[in-house]
Design a protein around this ligand. Sequence first.
Ligand code: CMP
Length: 147
Amino acid sequence: EEEKTLAMIKPDGVLGNYTERIKMVIVESGFSIIRETITQLDEHRASNFYVEHSSKSFFSGLIKYMTSGPVLVMILKKENAVADWRTLIGPTDAQKAKITHPHSIRAMCGLDSEKNCVHGSDSLESAQREISFFFGEISSGDAVGEH
Ligand code: CMP
């Protein structure tokens, strides 16, 4: 079944000029990029996006990181998109990814467990919430191949 997921290139990825390389991997892996937007998160929006982590010790560092520059947000579509995008980005800790998942996107451009270059929704429910967060409600029939 076709699914949509939210992919984000974080500030280190955008500022490090990884955008085109990452989009190449996305398309070569069979995803369609159906929407994309570049935006700068402020503290309020970043905290809201990551509200489930608000009690974690790394939260304030995470918000500082996520507001340090622009992010590129995309809706990816494909069969099994949620799980497949998570597999493609690799484990949260980019340092570990370089060892255990050397072909993953985080191994390519991430730095550590915080500055890990990309984000992916962790479930279908998160994907729906995160897509609405950035793009508003998207109808299920939204055009394939639309940019
Ligand atoms: P992401 O997959 O976007 O979801 C939550 C983010 O919090 C994660 O990527 C990292 O950027 C950050 N994060 C998760 N775990 C840690 C950690 N142990 N230390 C610092 N940052 C973390």
